[in-house]
Design a protein around this ligand. Structure first.
Ligand code: MLT
Length: 276
């Protein structure tokens, strides 16, 4: 895990941001309804990079939302740029996002293209929700506001992890359940509404003139490998890799393999830049 956690003011609100290492900046964005600690082991394997690992708005150690506050995925993307500025990264940074973090990464890559070096999208999608999925999100938001996050943690955990992880890695199972349980109900509800309203970014993919790595988990039933492969095929400089044995939370389930894939991609694209 990043060695230092800093309280950072950005855009008028407080964020908890993990910082570690030196080198080219790499920002890591967590999924829903998780927090920055999901990157713990992965961060240890991502040597040679300056890691910036925020808790997104309302999540983890960042400021709670104001009463009734809503946000959009684009708001979270604007926060990411403001956080980078606040920690002194004023030029382009590499950006990795898991699932909801991937929606945010795609928003940064399309709306703040000058701030993005390379993009790593893991266990995520570019398209939007079907009406049924969006309606289900609104139902979950209501239920969590009424009953808290314990039922969500119990229901979600088995769906986001592979059977292999569930069978062999009880610590990972426990961490995921605890992270979901600890997420503030107001944040869960606001994030569900934000994801339900997110735009379809499929049409933006051909315009991302940056190296893009799409990482899938072979056992992910929420965003299966074909979804990541399609994103890589649509992006002009896209590449896809599938990590065996991982479900929807590839960096948590297979941190070393995930980090190895990311480092190989960053090294490959560093060398291509140097050669051009
Ligand atoms: C996540 O892992 O961030 C979620 O699966 C995102 C979503 O609910 O679409």
């Amino acid at each position: 895990m990043p060695t230092e956690t800093r309280r950072t003011e950005a855009g008028g609100r407080g964020f908890a941001v993990g910082l570690a290492g030196e080198g080219d900046p790499l920002v890591l964005l967590h999924g829903f309804p998780l927090d920055r600690t999901m990157w713990g082991e992965t961060a240890e394997f991502l040597s040679g990079r300056r890691l910036i690992v925020p808790d997104l708005r309302g999540f983890g150690g960042s400021d709670p939302l104001a009463d009734g506050e809503a946000f959009s995925i684009d708001d979270l993307a604007d926060d990411v740029v403001a956080i980078a500025d606040a920690v002194g990264v004023t030029g382009p940074f590499d950006l990795a996002g898991l699932s909801m973090g991937g929606y945010v990464a795609l928003s940064v890559a399309t709306r703040h293209a000058d701030r993005v070096g390379r993009v790593i999208l893991t266990n995520t999608r570019a398209d939007t929700d079907t009406p049924e999925v969006a309606a289900n999100r609104r139902r979950i938001a209501e239920t969590v506001l009424a009953k808290g996050t314990a039922p969500l943690a119990a229901a979600m955990t088995p769906n986001v992890l592979s059977e292999i992880t569930i069978g062999k890695s009880p610590k990972v199972v426990g961490r995921v359940k605890d992270m979901i349980h600890a997420c503030r109900p107001a944040t869960v509800a606001a994030a569900q509404h934000a994801m339900a309203a997110r735009p379809d970014r499929t049409g933006d993919l051909p315009g991302i003139d940056r190296p893009v790595l799409c990482v899938a988990g072979s056992e992910d039933t929420i965003t299966p490998p074909a979804v990541l492969e399609a994103i890589a095929a649509a992006a002009p400089h896209g590449q896809a890799v599938t990590i065996a044995g991982a479900g929807h939370l590839t960096p948590l389930e297979r941190p070393r393999q995930f980090a190895d894939a990311v480092l190989a991609f960053l090294d490959r694209t560093d060398s291509a830049k140097a050669a051009s």
